[in-house]
Design a protein around this ligand. Structure first.
Ligand code: Y39
Ligand code: FE
Ligand code: FE
Ligand code: FE
Length: 230
């Protein structure tokens, strides 16, 4: 349905809304927690960038607390078990890459894929959020652009050495994003967030990041297709 219509219709106190919120809110809380942990890990892998990465991890911790407050404000209990399952394939890939010292793969997963997912989700959520959550999310999304930028800058500075690993990591991880989007499609719709809009905003953020890092339009087209083939 059109976004404006959705705004007028949303009642944040229905059981239907709160049930969907218990999963989306949990995903966001779990995502912020894992993002915190991932930036701590990246700081260990990139000692020269450690101070900056610890700073980013603290921002993720603040985001998590903000979204926990959003759940409490609506009297919703987040379904954290659902959220852990939701992130588990991406989380496992990050952990495996970290264990192998594959910093490029770790940066692609956290700073490009997960941050682009966050930017898309938060921008689409803001216009349909309850007033409390809207204020919190507006503050958070600004930080997520900084996190994406950290990954872009590092990978741009190491582009030639990273290119092959980025292509492989993209092929392994982008399909997981489409699976995740399919899993939340119905709950997102109940919150007023359309899947098509999420996909579009994700591809814009992710494609722009790949372009800034140094990939050609042709590369980006080819890399994006991986997700779609599943
Ligand atoms: O870097 C970050 O802060 C990312 C952890 C946050 C990810 C949020 C993932 C949002 C997906 C929500 C899907 C809603 C339709
Ligand atoms: Fe619709
Ligand atoms: Fe965050
Ligand atoms: Fe982030």
């Amino acid at each position: 349905m059109p976004q404006l219509e959705a705004i007028a219709e949303i009642d944040f106190n229905t059981n239907t809304y709160k049930d969907a919120y218990s999963r989306i809110n949990a995903i966001v809380i779990e995502g912020e927690q894992e993002a915190h942990d991932n930036y701590i890990k990246l700081g260990e892998m990139l000692p020269d960038e450690k101070d900056e990465l610890v700073r980013l991890s603290k921002m993720e911790n603040r985001h998590m607390k903000g979204f926990q407050a959003c759940g409490r404000n609506l009297k919703v209990t987040p379904d954290m078990e659902f959220a852990r399952q939701f992130f588990s394939p991406l989380h496992q890939n990050f952990q495996a890459a970290a264990a192998d010292g594959k910093v490029v793969t770790c940066l692609l997963i956290q700073s490009l894929i997960i941050e682009s997912f966050a930017i898309a989700a938060y921008n689409i959520y803001i216009p349909v959020a309850d007033p409390f959550a809207r204020k919190i999310t507006e503050g958070v999304v600004q930080d997520e652009y900084m996190h994406l930028n950290f990954g872009e800058e590092w990978l741009k500075a190491h582009f030639e050495d990273s290119k092959a690993e980025l292509e492989e990591a993209n092929a392994q991880n982008l399909p997981l994003v489409w699976k995740m989007l399919n899993e939340v499609e119905n709950d997102a719709e109940i919150l007023g967030m359309e899947k098509d809009a999420l996909v579009e905003d994700f591809m814009i953020a992710y494609g722009e990041a790949l372009s800034n890092i140094g990939f050609t339009t042709r590369d980006i087209m080819r890399m994006s297709a991986y997700g779609l083939k599943g």
